[in-house]
Write a protein that binds this ligand. Structure first.
Ligand code: ATR
Length: 275
């Protein structure tokens, strides 16, 4: 048995995605949603061991809270400061973060190689941290992080620039800077702005190059406000389910020791593999 810790968790697409993969490979596994109480998160993590689960994914609001209760962290989880995957290695509970490499894998799947690219990341929360870490590891040339609270963007840049690559923080008004936007090849939205309605931030998207890829970590039934804006000016887009599939595929490998059937997982949550 494997599962996902989240609260809320009923909406999660992960059970559907992983169970389809188990069926495809004929594995005797099942993936279930689990909703621990925050005040009992230590018990929940220990239950992974005591009940003999093969591992769990971890989502909001537990990505930080599980950390003190694990035996060790992978270098990526330590650098990002968040865990989205717990698995066993030699009887020890390891906390890993597959969001960062999953984001990069989702880009590659769509034919975008980050090496040498100039990127704008909007938002400076936990998911932005994973994205920036992934981009720097994949040797993006220049990453600018802009945020409503600029000090958080500067802090994120400072923490992650230890890797020796260029990452800088900026305020949101960079979204109006014609020359700057004209230099970007990828823009990633790591905020939940406008998800309950239809409008995004003030963003001069027309200034971006015609082939500038727009990636929204969020997804919903209809296009998110960020992606709807990008589609309205014919920029190429990638939605958050692509990252979900690839972080899930990497977790699947840790849970089962088998390579994940990525296309099966993608189809299970309604996305067609890119051509
Ligand atoms: P996650 O873990 O998904 O990254 P988070 O850590 O809560 O979530 O981060 C949410 C991000 O969305 C932050 O960058 C937040 O900006 P602040 O740091 O200034 O709070 C950003 N955000 C949320 N609502 C926003 C809004 N209405 N306008 C601009 N930015 C917003």
């Amino acid at each position: 048995m494997v599962g996902i810790f989240g609260d809320p968790v009923d909406h999660s697409l992960s059970p559907r995605m992983h169970n389809a993969a188990f069926a495809e490979l004929g594995l005797d596994f099942v993936y279930v949603p689990l909703r621990p109480k925050m005040r009992r998160i230590k018990d929940a993590v220990q239950a992974v061991k005591r009940l003999g689960l093969a591992g769990v994914n971890v989502t909001v609001p537990f990505k930080h809270a599980v950390i003190p209760h694990l035996d060790s962290l992978s270098p990526t989880a330590r650098a990002v400061g968040a865990v989205n995957t717990i698995y066993f290695d030699a009887g020890k509970l390891i906390g890993d973060n597959t969001d960062a490499p999953g984001f990069v894998a989702a880009l590659s799947w769509n034919g975008f190689r980050p090496r040498g690219k100039r990127v704008l990341v909007i938002g400076a929360g936990g998911s932005a941290r994973a994205v920036v870490f992934g981009l720097l590891g994949a040797k993006a040339a220049d990453v600018v992080v802009c945020n409503r609270t600029p000090s958080k963007a500067t802090r994120l840049a400072k923490d992650l620039s230890k890797q020796g690559r260029r990452v800088t923080g900026a305020p949101l008004d960079i979204l109006d800077d014609f020359d700057f936007l004209a230099s970007r090849q990828l823009v990633v939205n790591c905020t939940s702005v406008g998800l309950s309605g239809n409008s995004f931030l003030d963003y001069d998207i027309d200034s971006t190059p015609a082939d500038c890829v727009h990636f929204d970590l969020a997804y919903r039934e209809t296009a998110t406000p960020f992606l709807a804006l990008a589609q309205s000016v014919r920029r190429p887009t990638i939605d958050g389910r692509h990252m979900l599939v690839h972080q899930g595929a990497l977790s699947f490998k840790s849970f089962t020791g088998r390579r994940a059937p990525v296309e099966t997982m993608a189809r299970a949550i309604g996305i067609k593999p890119p051509k």
